[in-house]
Design a binder for this molecule. Sequence first.
Ligand SMILES: NC(=O)c1ccc[n+]([C@@H]2O[C@H](COP(=O)([O-])OP(=O)(O)OC[C@H]3O[C@@H](n4cnc5c(N)ncnc54)[C@H](O)[C@@H]3O)[C@@H](O)[C@H]2O)c1
Length: 315
Amino acid sequence: MSEKIVVTGGAGFIGSHIVEKLVGRGFEVSIFDNFSTGYIENIKSVKDRVKIVRGDIRCPEEVQKAVSGAKAVFHMAAFSYAEESIKKPEEYNRVNIDGTFNVLQACHKESVQRVIFPSTCLVYGANAASGKLEESLPLNTTNPYGLTKVTGENYCRVFTEVYGLETVCYRIFNAYGPRMQNRVISKFAALMFQDKPPIINGNGEQKRDFIFVSDIVDGLITGIDAKKSQCGKSYNIGTGKGLNLKKLIKLMNMHMGKNVDAIYKDRVKGETDLIIADTALARKELGFAAKIGFNEGIKITMDWLKEDYPKGPKF
Ligand SMILES: NC(=O)c1ccc[n+]([C@@H]2O[C@H](COP(=O)([O-])OP(=O)(O)OC[C@H]3O[C@@H](n4cnc5c(N)ncnc54)[C@H](O)[C@@H]3O)[C@@H](O)[C@H]2O)c1
């Protein structure tokens, strides 16, 4: 009998790619999602081979029923936009903090062995002034979304230490790839497809660690076989390289067959120049290293956005 793995948020951007990978590896996969930001079309390639449970992580009973009998849970369901979280802190608190507590508690009650938790590079916040971000830095997040992930990581660690529920946390840097929505690359693309200029706050020299979705999946999947000594810990999932926004626009133009210039406006107060992962810990302890370069990743993403763009407002 194959082992059951539950993916909360499995109809979302990253979750759907995790689901496909797990199905490919022969796991019995169950998706638990309320489809608030996820889409059934994201999982069309596997929808006959997975169980789809419509449910909400804010409901402890629904979560407990869904995780019963699972070996592991990838807890991908969350709200994940920093700016939105400033306007809607209560909703972020309920979904990301209460929801994560419900998932951990349900897993503990149902004797699930392991929970994989996606955190974010935004937990570092104001630390991101210079150099690469290593896991040992203090977490100075500057928005409610980041705070919900700091709390999620802490809950994971405590459930590991106190209740023996094995958890592994991953601080994902700037995710991109097919099925992305509402992130810098897809927002820029939506304008550039119409020959409208993307707006950059600052001089465009700020560097971000854009990591392609298949690399993120490879990173998070290490959670299934991670050693017990790695549970209760957090690992950076980035490429370790920075791409500045000017170069990003250049690459996007190249793969879109466009020549659109950006408009430069005042930089956002408190925004940091470099948000780049130190990847040494993940490399050493999990054997993880990103494989997809920016050029290849942006090409695949632009091809997908080009095809998907006419279908609707998923940017
Ligand atoms: N995309 C990024 O750049 C990025 C970076 C760092 C971390 N993350 C984290 O990775 C995870 C996945 O992000 P994503 O970009 O795929 O987001 P997404 O919005 O595409 O996916 C989230 C999924 O969770 C579901 N969901 C939301 N609220 C729910 C609820 N209350 N109950 C059940 N399901 C619910 C949505 O319907 C959606 O399918 C999130 O935890 C996010 O915080 C993402």
